[in-house]
Write a protein that binds this ligand. Structure first.
Ligand code: ADP
Ligand code: MG
Length: 703
């Protein structure tokens, strides 16, 4: 594989732009494919032009002048054997007048308009040509580019990259999907399609050449996932096994409820992974309220029982704090006898308290450390970290997830076993097991492709006794009726959330919105304690508000989306979501999941501000129609596409450039089946293929 050629220190602006787009090696350029094509292979007779058509014509200038009405412009009239064509330039320079001079022969290209005096083109592309100037022999590619990178420059760079790139077939022919052209032929065709090529097939990406490219891309992705998985299988983790009548059993006995069958099943799946010397890498998915926390607590109990520490990370302080309370309640009584504690670590814990927590973590006295990402920051040292639990993992951005993974994989958090028993791994450092939780279920196709490196456990059942949430959709002018309904609920000693939307462009507006609503509701409901919770409050204040609400002392809480994930107050029975039309479906589902957590019948009111678009209506209707998180995420995926679904958009990178997981499912199936054979029998080819396609993107795909 050719290395990127050493570039001169002072790169030109277009070169920098290419760099930024990841177009560094010849092969990167060769794999940068056109968005569409322009046909410069033929000339259209002027007499046969049609309104709306994009065409290339050639003729001689028979008239050229500056017109002053209706506004100043330059016009030239062109003639060929069949007719005439008027060119108009609303902005022009002396160079225009020079090239478009009377008698000049021109080749022009643009969109044809049926003007009052015959056909015309406004601001066409034009150039002076001699008699019999040759036409393009293939369709002209138009590449995705950026403002700093002119199309013509990029076109040249790609053409020469394509010539130089080593594009020999890497995959043995028997493993290539049958019926597809070679990579070189496919690229040649896509960059420079012959004049007779079907523009339709090229542009909807269904031609065999496109299929080959998509298959290659999917194969690279499957291979990199499989490599990651196999590499992990070679690494070592502590064997975590609970003792008979140990901590997990005692925790189970102390719980105020019985596990559901689904919970028992996933607890067992996790326990089996923990008992192996290979690092667990498991995603626990279960709809909002399905009871994932207790599964995590039981896994923690196994790790602690085996003499190891455990870390639990949540994306927000509110959620971390709530976990902390719950886990302290469950585990602290059991840990006390062992002289251990549950520690609490977030960014807002400073000074002495922080020092104490860090010490407890470093000397192993803290059996479980709960917090935000602060838990894995550089200064935090664990004595014996055996298990990391990550809640609402999809809420961590791609970059955060990567940092986390790096930190855990053979990191300073991992430790060597201090007292190796007989047969124990002695040389290598041990890596902690990893359990990730999410309430945003991953559709099957996505799980299959992005998470080939992950085992998945699913809780597909809610604890018994839950009453379904009734969802109502109201226009904002029904606000008074909604406030009346709040009064009734509070009269029955129930609690209410009122959620205001996040206004992305402006945190200030966001706040104003929530503050105003808070004032309005306080006024409409005199004598009622109405709380306000938003992201910019100091953590201590947030915690104070949250604890008043959790304890049932505050009946109504106005909040921004900070309460979106995981908050658990079973007595809350009504949720009002203002400007529901501004939220994503998955987010509405998460929010709605804050009610209906106890046995009381709950209602979710989606308030919208008319007018609503048709899709807007369909989306809110979908929320009212289904409570199934899987169905909602399927619909969400349809609307948003997988890149955005995975949170890749934040990072400005996309996971797949060419293939589409839904549309190209047959290609994905094939790539998935071939990947293990390729790795087993042709390892060199597999490595080279991943290098060719992904180079430095491999890490990103693992997140
Ligand atoms: P999520 O999966 O959304 O994180 P939680 O773990 O917060 O859900 O659980 C939701 C609520 O259900 C909590 O109050 C929890 O204590 C309770 N819960 C969990 N499992 C059961 C069960 N098997 N029976 C009854 N309640 C349960
Ligand atoms: Mg949860």
């Amino acid at each position: 594989m050719a290395e990127p050629s050493a570039l001169p220190k002072d790169k030109s602006a277009p070169q920098k732009a290419m760099d930024k787009m990841g177009l560094r090696r010849d092969v990167d350029l060769a794999l940068h494919l056109p968005l569409r094509y322009e046909d410069e292979t033929r000339l259209a007779p002027m007499g046969s032009l049609l309104h709306g058509q994009t065409a290339q014509c050639e003729g001689v200038v028979v008239e050229a002048r500056v017109e002053l009405r209706p506004r100043r412009q330059f016009m030239a009239r062109l003639r060929d054997d069949s007719g005439e064509l008027v060119l108009r330039f609303l902005h022009f320079f002396p160079s225009h007048q020079k090239t478009l001079a009377l008698g000049a022969r021109l080749r022009v290209r643009g969109e044809v308009r049926g003007g009052f005096f015959g056909h015309e083109m406004v601001h066409p592309v034009f150039k002076a040509v001699g008699d019999d100037a040759p036409l393009a022999v293939s369709l002209t590619p138009v590449y995705p580019t950026s403002a700093a990178l002119p199309q013509a420059y990029l076109r040249k760079a790609v053409a020469s990259g394509l010539q130089r790139a080593p594009l020999q077939e890497l995959i043995p022919p028997q493993l290539v999907k049958p019926g597809l052209p070679s990579l070189r032929d496919a690229l040649q065709e896509l960059h420079h399609p012959p004049p007779h090529a079907s523009l339709a097939a090229l542009e909807d990406r269904s031609s065999p050449a496109w299929q080959r490219l998509k298959w290659e891309e999917l194969l690279a992705q499957q291979l990199s996932q499989l490599m990651a998985r196999r590499a992990r299988a070679r690494r070592r983790a502590p064997v975590l096994q609970a003792q008979p009548s140990g901590l997990p059993e005692r925790l189970l006995a102390a719980l105020p409820f019985e596990l559901t069958a689904a919970q028992r099943r996933v607890v067992e799946e996790v326990a089996q992974d923990l008992a192996r010397a290979e690092p667990m890498h498991r995603l626990l998915q279960g709809d909002v309220g399905s009871g994932k926390t207790v599964v995590a607590a039981l896994a923690a109990a196994v790790a602690i029982d085996a003499g190891w520490q455990c870390a639990l990370m949540a994306p927000t302080e509110i959620l971390a704090e709530q976990h902390f309370r719950k886990l302290v309640g469950w585990l602290q009584p059991l840990l006390k006898a062992r002289g251990q504690t549950v520690a609490w670590l977030t960014g807002s814990i400073k000074g002495k308290a922080r020092k104490a927590m860090l010490e407890a973590t470093a000397d192993g006295c803290a059996a479980l450390v709960v917090g935000t990402q602060a838990v894995i920051q550089g200064t935090v040292q664990f004595a014996r970290l055996g298990l990391a639990l990550i809640d609402e993992q999809h809420r961590f951005g791609v970059a955060q997830r990567l940092a986390l993974r790096k930190k855990l994989e053979g990191s300073s958090a991992a430790v060597a076993e201090p007292h190796p028993g007989p047969g124990a791994v002695t040389d290598a450092t041990l890596e902690p097991h990893l359990l990730m939780m999410t309430a945003t279920p991953i559709p099957r196709t996505l799980a299959m492709s992005y998470y080939a490196d992950l085992s998945v456990s699913t809780i597909d059942e809610l604890p018994p006794g839950r009453t379904p949430i009734v969802t109502k959709v109201f226009a904002d002018n029904r606000r008074d009726a909604v406030i009346e309904h709040i009064r009734e609920e509070v009269g029955r000693a129930r609690q209410v959330y009122w959620v205001c939307p996040l206004i992305e462009e402006s945190e200030a507006l966001d706040l104003q919105n929530a503050t105003e609503t808070h004032a309005q509701l306080s006024q409409a409901l005199p004598g009622l304690m109405v709380g306000l919770l938003h992201g910019r409050m100091p953590p201590a204040e947030k915690a104070a508000v949250m604890s008043l609400f959790s304890a049932g002392q505050m009946p109504l809480l106005v909040a921004t989306t900070v309460i979106e994930v995981g908050v658990d107050v079973p007595n809350a029975s009504l949720m009002v979501i203002e400007h529901a039309e501004r939220f994503g479906l998955a987010q509405l589902h998460q929010l709605r999941g804050r009610v209906g957590r106890g046995t009381v019948a709950s209602v979710c009111v989606l308030l919208y501000t008319p007018p609503l678009s048709d899709t807007g209506k369909a989306r809110l209707r979908a929320m009212a129609e289904t409570q199934d998180g899987f169905e909602i995420s399927r619909r969400d995926l349809e609307i948003r596409g997988p890149g955005e679904f995975m949170g890749a958009r934040q990072s400005g990178d996309t996971l797949l450039r060419f293939a589409d997981l839904q549309e190209d499912a047959p290609l994905l199936q094939h790539a998935r089946a071939v990947a293990p054979r390729l790795l087993d029998e042709h390892d060199g080819a597999a490595q080279a293929h991943v290098q060719r396609w992904l180079a430095n993107r491999v890490e990103f795909l693992k997140a």
